[in-house]
Every structure is written in C-alpha cells, then in structure tokens.
Design a protein around this ligand. Structure first.
Ligand SMILES: Cc1cc2nc3c(=O)[nH]c(=O)nc-3n(C[C@H](O)[C@H](O)[C@H](O)COP(=O)(O)OP(=O)(O)OC[C@H]3O[C@@H](n4cnc5c(N)ncnc54)[C@H](O)[C@@H]3O)c2cc1C
Ligand code: SF4
Length: 319
C-alpha cells in the first residue's frame, strides 16, 4: 500500500525583472522568502518537507545575473548561468577547464540544463538522516537540522555535520575564485571559501536577502589541476568525496574538498612539500561522520587515494 502523501507547503510565487525588484520583494517578506534559480535543490527540499518558505522569488528573469566574459583579468560568470552552459562554454573550457569538469560531474544532463552555478555553491548541505521524506524523519525522530534536539548520526546534541555537496565549490575554491553578492546598494566580493561556516544547520554566512550575482576567477595563474569525485553511480549521484587540486606557476598547491565536512576543507602547500604531510593535513581537517552511503572510514581512506593521484597529476603536467 502506498503511504499517503503529505501536503507540500503553499507559497506565493514572484518573478522580478531586476535586482532592485527582487530585493524589494525580499524586503516585503522578511524571514519568509526563498530565492529560486534553477530550483533543483529548493523544490526537492520543499517536496521532502525541508523547506517551507511562504514566498518564492524566482531570479530566472534577471539579465544582470547572466553572462560569461573576461573582465579585468578575471573570468566573470553570472550566477544564473547553467552548469550545462558552463561545461560547454569556450571561455570556461579555455580558462577554467577544471570548472567545466566539475559542472559535468553534477547530477545528470537534464538537471544540468536547469541547475545554476549560483545555486550550486549555495545548495543545502545533505545527510542520509535528513534528506528523507517527512514520514521517514518523523518515524526516526527529528534531528538538529529539523528542529530536533539530537544528531541522529552521532548521538550528540551540539553539532550537525551535514555535508557540503556542491561539486563546483571545491573546483572554484582551488582556482581562487571570489563570489560577488549584492544586498541593496552594497556589493561584496570575497573569496568563496569565506562564505561557509562549518555549521551543518546554517552552513553559509551571507546575509539572507543577499543575491549572488557572479563568480570571479583570476586569469593567467598557469594552473595545472586535478578533479576527482567519489559517488555510487557515475550516471547520477551526489558526492561522497570531491577533491580539487591546483598547482599555480609560482609552485603553490591548493586543495579544496567537499562531501566530508559541512564546509569545504581547504589545504594549501608548496609543490616541494612532502605529499604525505599534505594528505595527513587534509584527512585531519575533514570531520566526516557516518551519514553518507559510504562509511566515514572509507571516505577518509579515499582522500589519501585521490590526493596522492592528484599530486602526481598536477606535478607531472608542470614538467
Ligand atoms: C537528482 C539530483 C541530483 C543532484 N546531484 C548533484 C550533484 O551531483 N552535485 C551537486 O553539486 N549538486 C547536485 N544536486 C543538487 C542541485 O541540483 C545542484 O546543486 C544545483 O546546481 C542547484 O542549483 P539551482 O540553480 O537549481 O539551485 P536552486 O535550487 O534554485 O537554489 C539552491 C539554493 O541557492 C539559493 N540561490 C540560488 N541562486 C541564488 C542567487 N543568485 N542568489 C542568492 N541565493 C540563490 C536558493 O535560495 C537556494 O537556497 C542534485 C539534485 C538532484 C535533485
Ligand atoms: S548530521 Fe546529524 S543533525 Fe545534521 S542532518 Fe545529519 S542527523 Fe541531522
């Protein structure tokens, strides 16, 4: 017998034509709105009862959020650009091929045609015990991320370790990307890694009404790179571990990882450093718990496998 379905929360749907209009709409619905870009994260969460905003503000018609161009020594990518466009765009393929590969690793073709880069870096953290139906969560008991008082995965009462699952975020961070967002008249541009808090319940710290406008990638850094993703099915699956590594022309290595912590795990080193020390540092920084299809121990083991392999790739490409 099928379980009876629970009603999905009803919401007012608004379609602004400009950033100003979107900001005004947000101001009229403080604390009760949610921006929507491709909707592939927000709408699934609504159907699972994890998102109940009473107003949805669709950013899809705002021209200022689109465009991919070289500007001031950077590749500027509008927040509304889809992952499908990124993985095929000549400028992305020429200037940031690792980002194209990261975009290609997200979901499946249909999803990538709708999902945006802005939505991807902001997509909600996930956990095996949280991303379930309302019925399921009710039967096991609500956890810290859904107004309960205990983490089901660890039994602890203090912290949620739901995982960052964005695949483009580690690639962007390893490429030293900055995120740009507006709030009213104010425009902020900051290294992408700074927007992640490490708290699984509230994983990002940009103001609630801020609209992400673009990602900025520095050009001319001579990066060699390696991108790896661990998932159960290659065809369509969230990450269980994503690693992105770059080596710039100055000999600096930057690693960013997703899927093993509520925030991106970032490690920086010199190409001359001992790769095993780098692996140990990365594993130590990852607060992986058993809330994923793969065990915590296996994912920690795989960090070493991927990083050793990536180290060989980025250094060999430099020779
Ligand atoms: C079956 C399935 C498989 C998936 N597989 C993957 C995967 O392999 N890897 C992966 O990384 N993700 C995956 N996802 C998650 C999701 O589809 C992607 O992260 C996607 O890129 C989200 O983009 P979106 O435009 O649809 O975001 P939305 O759902 O529209 O929004 C996501 C969040 O970002 C906010 N937001 C979006 N744009 C802006 C903006 N410009 N300014 C301010 N806030 C904004 C929204 O309010 C919301 O909180 C999967 C989802 C599904 C359903
Ligand atoms: S890590 Fe714990 S608190 Fe966080 S979503 Fe999972 S079960 Fe809930």
């Amino acid at each position: 017998m099928n379980a009876p379905t629970l009603p999905v929360a009803q919401a007012k749907y608004l379609l602004p034509a400009s950033l100003r209009e979107a900001a005004d709409m947000a101001a009229q619905h403080p604390g009760s709105f949610r921006y929507v870009a491709g909707g592939t994260d927000v709408l699934v969460n609504r159907f699972q009862g994890n998102e109940d905003s009473t107003c949805l503000i669709d950013l899809g018609r705002i021209p200022a959020l689109k465009g991919i161009a070289r500007v001031d020594g950077h590749l500027r990518i509008g927040a509304l650009e889809t992952l499908d466009r990124l993985m095929k765009h000549p400028l992305v393929l020429a200037d940031a091929p690792m980002l194209a590969e990261a975009a290609r690793s997200v979901g499946a073709p249909l999803l990538r045609k709708t999902a945006t880069i802005g939505g991807n870096v902001l997509c909600e953290n996930r956990c095996l015990y949280y991303n379930q139906s309302e019925w399921w969560r009710e039967s096991v008991g609500y956890c810290l991320k859904c107004n309960g008082d205990i983490c089901i995965a660890t039994g602890g009462r203090n912290a949620c370790f739901s995982e960052l699952v964005s695949d483009t975020a580690p690639a962007l961070i390893a490429l030293d990307a900055e995120i740009e967002y507006t709030e009213g008249e104010a425009v902020t541009r900051t290294p992408l890694e700074r927007i992640y808090t490490g708290d699984g319940v509230a994983p990002r710290n940009i103001p609630p009404a801020a609209i992400v406008t673009a990602l900025w990638l520095p050009l001319g850094r001579g990066f060699t790179w390696a991108f790896r993703k661990l998932r159960e099915r290659q065809s369509l699956e969230f990450t269980s571990l994503t690693t992105a590594m770059t080596l710039d022309s100055g000999g600096r290595i930057k690693i960013a990882m997703a899927g093993v912590d509520p925030r991106p795990v970032v490690v920086e080193a010199a190409a001359t450093d001992d790769p095993e020390a780098l692996v140990r540092k990365a594993i130590k920084g990852a607060r992986a718990i058993d809330n994923d299809m793969f065990t915590r121990l296996y994912r920690r083991e795989m960090i070493g496998v991927y990083l050793r392999d990536s180290f060989n790739t980025v250094t060999a490409a430099r020779m």
